[in-house]
Write a protein that binds this ligand. Sequence first.
Ligand code: NAD
Length: 367
Amino acid sequence: MTSGSRREILGGLGAGLALAGIGVPRAFGATRKIGYAVVGLGSYATRQIMPNFAQCEQARLVALVSGTPAKLDQYGAEYGIPRTHRYSYADFDRIRNNPDIDAVYVILPNSLHAEYAIRAAKAGKHVMCEKPMATSVAECEAMISACRVAGTKLMIGYRSRFEPYNRLAIELSRGGHVGPTRLVTAEHGFSIKPGQWRLDRPLAGGGSMMDIGIYSLNAARYLTGEEPVEVSAIESTDRSDPRFRTVEDRISFLLRFPSGIEANCISSYSSAHNSYRVIGTRGWIAMDPATPYVGQAMTIRKDDVSAPRTLPAPANNQFAGQLDHLAECILTGATPIVPGEEGLADMRVIEAIYRSAAERAHVSLAT
Ligand code: NAD
C-alpha cells in the first residue's frame, strides 16, 4: 500500500475517532525518522515487525539485540544493520552510547519485558514493549516509573488499536451506533503446540490469559471505553495434559463495567477463537475474525437488518501504524494512545481474573 493511501484511510477514520477522543497524533512531514533497536529476534519480531519498517513513514530499524550471533549475522545482513549496531543481551546497555537508537522494541518472552524495558529507559531510550506488558502489576508499575524518571515514552504493542476495523468498531460502539451498548462478548484462543516458553510459567507468567485472552480483555475495555469494576472467572485446565503442567488452559471471565455493560469473555489454549461482538439495544456489531494479523471482517445488524461493513482496500498495515505512532509521539511530545498505563490496566484485571478463578469468588476492582 502506498503511504498516501494509508494516510487517507487513517485520515478518514481520524475525524470520527477524534470526536471520540481517541485520535492519533500526526507528525508527517518531520525530517527525521526515529531509529528502533529490536530486542529478541524470535517469530513475531522477524516475521511481523522487522519487515514492516519498510512501510513506515517515521520509523526505521537501526539496531538488533539477540543472544544468538548467527541471528545477528543473518538479520544484520538482511536489513543492512552494521556490526556496530548489533548487540548481545550482555552488552545491551551499550545502546546508551548509540545516538542512532531512539527507541527500543522489547519482543522477548513475557517475564523478560520488565528487565529490558527498564534497562532501555536507564539507557535514555524510549520503549515499545510487547503485550502482555509484564507478568505482574508490580513489574508494570516499575516500568512506568523507570520511563517517567528517564523522561522517555512507554508504549505497549496493542497493534489492534492501529487497525482500521477495530478503530471503526471502537467509534461505532462508543458512539452508540446500534443503540447504547448492553453487552460485549469476546473470544480468543488457539490450540497451543507443546515445547515452547509460553507453557513455562517462569517465562510466560501465566497461560492463555497472559498470551491470547488479553485480546478479549483489551477489546472489552477499548470497545466500552470503561474500566471494569467487578470480575468473575472460572478456569478449566486438564493438568494431565503435558502442555498444562504449569500454566492454565481455558479461562472464561465476566466483567462488569460502571455503566452496567457486561463483557462475557473466553481465553483458551485448546480451541480456536478470534471474534467479538458489541450488542446494543438496536442490534450488534460483530468482528469475526477480530484481531488477526490480516483479514478482519465486520458485520453490523441494526434494526433487524444485517450487512457486512467493508473499508476501502487495502487495509492499513497495523504494524507500521503502531511503529509510526510511537515515532510520532517522540517527535511531537504526545502521549501514545496505548501507554504503559494501558498495559497496567490490563494486568490489574488479569490478576483479579486469576484471583477470582482461584478463590471461586467475585473480585471487586472498584477503587
Ligand atoms: P518467540 O519464541 O518466537 O521469540 C522469543 C525470542 O526471545 C527468541 O528469539 C528467543 O531466542 C528470545 N529469548 C531470549 N531469552 C530467552 C529465554 N530466556 N527463553 C526463551 N527465549 C528467549 O516468541 P514470540 O512469539 O516472538 O513472542 C515474543 C513476545 O511477543 C511475547 O511477549 C509475545 O506475547 C509477543 N507477541 C505479540 C504478538 C502480537 O500480535 N502483538 C504476536 C506474537 C507475539
